[in-house]
Design a protein around this ligand. Structure first.
Ligand code: SAM
Length: 267
């Protein structure tokens, strides 16, 4: 059964084309160097991306175009088509309809080793990391969440294997929204979410400074002076504290920066 999965925009095409090129280069470069080369997609989606095109009236140059729906490849499908093929592909998603679509996709490739896991991504990755011996296996992990779903403790578990390279689409816009200008506007729940994704409470000292303005009723006067690029730098420093190499991030989309894509290398 086809399941519509509409997400992202133009930046999603850029993101997926980069992921496609990276996975191909990765597979070619590491083929034969490890007895097992795996691809793990922790927020796998359905394998497709539904793109709706509005109807266009005729103009001087072009005839009228009816509305249409296009299915483009999502990360799961891209990974299956990478050549040389990965020895094992693991798809994780928490949504039942997406799991059904991923199972259909796996069934269309009977010769391939594809495992579909219905679980929370953090739980599934931690289980996978714990249950596998990583001496002769190398993997690439794609973390493409909608928002702030990836726990820092999951990244730590991944980094400790020294065998998993990661492409992380970090939700910089989520961080920007949650880390509001005045520290007093961040309620306990949001503070806990920031600490969960950043792995420490250091963000309070790193991102917030005393505004120098006295507050009524003795309120905490700290404000965030860092802009998006300051937040990016802080996130990079955090990632560099657990991954040996954090490559230059790519803002997506280039103008509005809702996420940035960071390749994290284990060696
Ligand atoms: C941005 S989409 C991924 C798109 C996919 N990379 C692609 O190219 O088709 C995010 C996916 O994460 C799934 N998801 C959301 N929260 C999750 C969680 N906690 N654990 C696992 N999957 C989750 C959603 O169901 C959705 O399919």
């Amino acid at each position: 059964m086809a399941v519509d999965h509409e997400f992202g925009g133009q930046h999603t095409d850029i993101k997926l084309s980069i992921v496609e090129k990276y996975l191909s280069a990765y597979s070619i470069a590491l083929r034969g160097k490890f007895s097992q080369l795996w691809y793990i997609d922790a927020f796998a989606g359905t394998g497709a991306r539904t793109v709706r095109h509005e109807a266009k009236p005729a103009d001087l140059w072009d005839p009228e175009e009816p509305a249409r729906i296009e299915q483009r490849h999502g990360s799961a499908r891209i990974a299956i088509e990478v050549k040389p093929g990965f020895d094992l592909i693991v798809f994780v998603d928490s949504k039942p309809a997406h799991i059904a679509a991923l199972n259909d996709l796996a069934a269309k490739h009977p010769g391939r080793s594809i495992v579909v896991v219905k679980d929370d991504a953090n739980q599934a990755i931690r289980d996978l990391v714990r249950n596998q011996r990583w001496q002769s296996t190398r993997a690439v992990l794609l973390l493409d969440p909608y928002g702030m779903e990836v726990d820092w403790s999951t990244l730590e578990a991944v980094a400790k294997t020294k065998a998993i390279d990661v492409w992380f689409l970090f939700p910089i816009s989520g961080l920007y929204r949650q880390a509001t200008r005045k520290i007093t506007s961040i309620d306990e729940h949001k503070q806990a979410a920031l600490t969960r994704i950043l792995g420490s409470e250091d963000w309070k000292a790193e991102l917030y400074s005393d505004s120098g303005q006295s507050e009524m009723f003795g309120d905490d006067p700290r404000v965030r002076l860092e802009d998006v690029s300051g937040l990016e730098k802080y996130v990079r420093r955090r990632l560099q504290s657990i991954f040996p190499t954090v490559l230059k991030p790519l803002p997506l989309p280039v103008s509005r920066r809702p996420h940035f894509a960071v390749p994290l290398r284990v060696q």
